[in-house]
Design a protein around this ligand. Structure first.
Ligand code: 6PG
Length: 473
C-alpha cells in the first residue's frame, strides 16, 4: 500500500480543510481523529479526493502508514491535549521524524516541546496557520518555526498548499523553535487591533452621527477600493449590509455586544511587555473585548455616569478614512517592533520583510498596506523602526492630523476610541526627543534610592533628596 506523504491528526474544521487542500495538491494524506466515527464520513465527503486520503482509527497504524522520515501534523487544542498526544505518539516514531503543531499555540510551549523532542532525536515544528477554514482549504498563510531538516521535508507541501501573492507562496520558514508560532501570535494581535479600530469607526458613525448599519457598510465598501483595502474591511462591509432573516433588521443589530477571545491577543500583549515593547493598540483591543462581557455593568453605568460634555460635530468621512489609515499603520508598526525585539531576544534572525510578504495573501490581516510595509522594511529604516521608513513617515505625517481630529472628537463627544487613542499616544511618545522619564527616575531615586544617569556626567547618581554618601543601589 502507498505510504502517505503526511499524517493529519485532528479532523475539526481546520484539520479537515488542510487535509483536503493537501490531497488536492496530489499529496497522499493519512488522517486520524480522537473520535474514530468521524473518519468514514470525512473520507466519503472528500469525493474525488478520497483516493488520496487514508483513514486510520488506530494510532500505531496511522503512524506506520507514513513515509519515513515521517511528518505528523496535529490540528488539536495546543495545551494539555497536545502534550498528551505527543506523549502517545513519540514512542511510535523514529529519530528524524517531525511532529507539527498547526494550532494557535503559546510560543513558550512550542519552545519547550521543540527542546524536549530534539533530545529524543525528533523534530518539532510550530506552524501558524491563518485564513480560517476557507484559507486552510484553498490557500492559507503559513508561518513556520522549526529545524532546517524539518523545513526541507515540509516545504514542498506547505508551499503547494499556501496562498500565493504574485506567484510567491505565502509560507516561510521564519526561524527555529517558537518563531512561527510567535509570528502567528503577533499576526493575531494585529488582527485584534485592526478589528477594534474598525469597530471604533463603526461606533463613531453609529453613535456620533446616528447612521444605520447599511449606510456605514457602504462607507467600508468604498474604502475597500482605496488604501484601506483589506480582508477585514471587505468582510465588515458585507457584515454591515446583511439583514437578519427573522426580524428583517440589520444582522449586526441583533448581535450582543459581547466579544469572545481565545487568548492570542492577550499573549501578544504579555510577550510585548516582557520584551519591553508597547503593543498598546492590541492591549486596547483585548481590554475592549474583556469589558464588553460586562453588559449589566455598562447598562447601569450608561444611566449613572455622564459624558460631561455636549456633542461636537464629527469629523468628515475623509478624516475618518485617514485616521483609520494612520491607526492601522501604527498598530502594524507596534507589531513589527515586537517581532524585532523577539528576534533579538531569542536569536531568531527574523526576516521581517518576508513576514510582511507572507501576510499579503491568505491570512486574516491581508491588506494593501502589507505590500507597502514589506517594501518599507527592505529600505532598512533608521533604528529598525518601521515608522521611520521614508514612505511610511510621509504617510503618517499626512494622516496624523486626521487621527488627531477623530480622537479629539471621540473624546469630546464621550465616545470610546481606545485603540485609536492608544496608538496616537504611542506615536506622540515616539516623537518626543526629551520625554518625561526623568521625573520617573527622580521619583524612583527618592523613595527607593535606585539611582539615575545624568545628562552631563557619566555614572550613576542620586538626587539632592538622598544622602550623597550612600552608594547607588
Ligand atoms: C486566523 C485567525 C484564527 C482565529 C483566531 C481568532 O489567523 O485565521 O486569527 O487563528 O480566528 O483564533 O481568535 P479569537 O477567537 O481570539 O478572536
Amino acid at each position: 500500500m502507498t505510504k502517505a506523504d503526511i499524517g493529519i491528526y485532528g479532523l475539526g474544521t481546520m484539520g479537515s480543510a488542510l487535509a483536503l487542500n493537501l490531497a488536492e495538491k496530489a499529496f497522499d494524506v493519512a488522517v486520524s481523529n480522537r473520535e474514530a466515527e468521524w473518519l468514514a464520513p470525512f473520507v466519503e465527503e472528500a469525493g474525488g479526493l478520497a483516493p488520496r486520503i487514508h483513514a486510520h482509527a488506530d494510532l500505531a497504524e496511522f503512524i506506520s502508514a507514513l513515509k519515513p522520515p515521517r511528518l505528523v501534523l496535529f490540528m488539536i487544542p495546543s495545551g494539555a491535549p497536545l502534550d498528551q498526544m505527543i506523549a502517545s505518539v513519540a514512542p511510535l516514531l523514529d529519530a528524524g521524524d517531525t511532529l507539527i503543531d498547526a494550532g494557535n499555540a503559546d510560543f513558550n510551549d512550542t519552545r519547550r516541546r521543540f527542546k524536549d523532542l530534539s533530545q529524543k532525536g525528533l523534530h518539532f515544528v510550530g506552524m501558524g496557520v491563518s485564513g480560517g477554514e476557507e484559507g486552510a482549504r484553498h490557500g492559507p498563510s503559513l508561518m513556520i518555526g522549526g529545524s532546517a531538516p524539518s523545513w526541507k521535508r515540509l516545504s514542498p507541501m506547505v508551499e503547494a498548499i499556501a496562498a500565493s501573492y504574485e506567484g510567491q507562496p505565502c509560507a516561510a520558514h521564519l526561524g527555529p523553535d517558537g518563531a512561527g508560532h510567535f509570528v502567528k501570535t503577533v499576526h493575531n494581535g494585529i488582527e485584534y487591533a485592526d478589528m477594534q479600530i474598525i469597530a471604533e469607526v463603526y461606533g463613531l458613525l453609529r453613535d456620533g452621527a446616528d447612521w444605520d448599519a447599511a449606510r456605514i457598510g457602504r462607507v467600508f465598501d468604498r474604502w475597500n477600493a482605496g488604501p484601506l483595502q483589506s480582508y477585514l474591511v471587505e468582510i465588515t462591509a458585507q457584515v454591515l449590509a446583511a439583514t437578519d432573516p427573522e426580524t428583517e433588521v440589520p444582522a449586526v443589530d441583533v448581535i450582543k455586544d459581547k466579544a469572545g477571545q481565545k487568548g492570542t491577543g492577550r499573549w501578544t500583549v504579555i510577550e510585548a511587555l516582557k520584551l519591553g515593547q508597547s503593543a498598546s493598540g492590541v492591549e486596547a483591543a483585548v481590554g475592549a473585548r474583556g469589558w464588553s462581557s460586562d453588559i449589566a455593568l455598562r447598562d447601569t453605568a450608561s444611566r449613572v455616569l455622564e459624558a460631561g460634555t455636549s456633542a461636537q460635530e464629527l469629523p468628515t468621512l475623509d478624516d475618518l478614512e485617514r485616521a483609520f489609515e494612520a491607526a492601522r499603520i501604527l498598530s502594524h508598526a507596534q507589531g513589527f517592533a515586537v517581532l524585532q525585539a523577539a528576534s533579538e531576544a531569542f536569536e531568531w534572525d527574523l526576516d521581517l520583510a518576508r513576514v510582511a510578504e507572507i501576510w499579503r495573501a491568505g491570512c486574516i490581516i491581508r491588506s494593501a498596506l502589507l505590500d507597502d510595509l514589506a517594501e518599507a522594511i527592505r529600505t532598512d529604516p533608521p533604528h529598525g523602526a518601521l515608522v521611520l521608513a521614508p514612505a511610511i513617515s510621509q504617510r503618517l505625517n499626512a494622516a496624523i492630523p486626521s487621527l488627531r481630529r477623530v480622537v479629539a472628537a471621540a473624546v469630546t463627544d464621550g465616545l470610546p476610541a481606545p485603540a485609536m487613542s492608544a496608538v496616537l499616544s504611542w506615536y506622540d511618545s515616539l516623537r518626543q526627543a526629551r520625554g518625561t522619564a526623568n521625573v520617573i527616575q527622580a521619583q524612583r531615586d527618592f523613595f527607593g534610592r535606585h539611582g539615575f544617569e545624568r545628562l552631563d556626567q557619566p555614572g550613576a547618581h542620586h538626587g539632592p533628596w538622598a544622602d550623597p554618601e550612600d552608594p547607588v543601589s
